[in-house]
Write a protein that binds this ligand. Structure first.
Ligand SMILES: [Mg+2]
Length: 177
């Protein structure tokens, strides 16, 4: 009988890291989008910027450095540390979509989550993972996933009702610790 700890796959963007705040900063700099922009439930940020600026998003995200200085989502560090005592915690990020992000993401994790070793960092394409729990903000990553799915709240997913939801890292702690 295996006595391994249960495994958790944790997404990066909009779960551990906050790319939305960075997008808003860049759109504010280049297109005067207000810094206090609130993304309406169900919307992507592209729905709140001028029509001609929508494609700029791909440019921002592909720029070297975009992912290096993202804010950490509140309480993520503390709760991840606690989760590690009870679970085997993996970072699973579909980083291959943005090859320029790889080094940024690796350095960002080393800075903010130095307690996650390289063996537990998975930069991938599709998230085909064999874990017991997955925490992610995109339901496309739950398709064909058999474990327990925790949908981490982000504006774009707020209208979805068919999933077990966590709004904050404090709620992750309440459910899993
Ligand atoms: Mg994400």
């Amino acid at each position: 009988m295996s006595t391994r700890k249960p495994r958790i796959a944790v997404d990066m963007d909009e779960v551990l890291a906050d790319p939305l705040a960075k997008f808003i900063k860049l759109y504010n700099r280049d297109y005067n989008v207000p810094l206090d922009l609130k993304i309406a439930p169900g919307n992507e940020i592209g729905m709140h910027v001028p029509e001609h600026a929508k494609l700029k998003l791909r440019e921002y995200i592909n720029e070297k450095g975009f992912f290096r200085d993202l804010d950490v989502i509140p309480d993520a560090v503390e709760v991840m540390k606690e989760l590690q005592k009870k679970y085997e915690v993996f970072i699973v990020s579909a980083a291959m979509e943005f090859p320029n992000s790889l080094q940024d993401k690796q350095e960002w994790l080393a800075e903010h989550f130095p307690f996650i070793g390289w063996q537990h960092i998975m930069f991938c394409g599709y998230k085909i993972v064999n874990t017991d729990i997955m925490i992610d903000d995109r339901i496309k990553n739950f398709v064909d996933y058999d474990g327990r799915k925790l949908l981490f709240t982000s504006p774009h997913n707020m209208l979805l009702t068919d999933y077990e939801r966590v709004n904050t890292w404090k709620e992750v702690a309440e459910k899993l610790l």
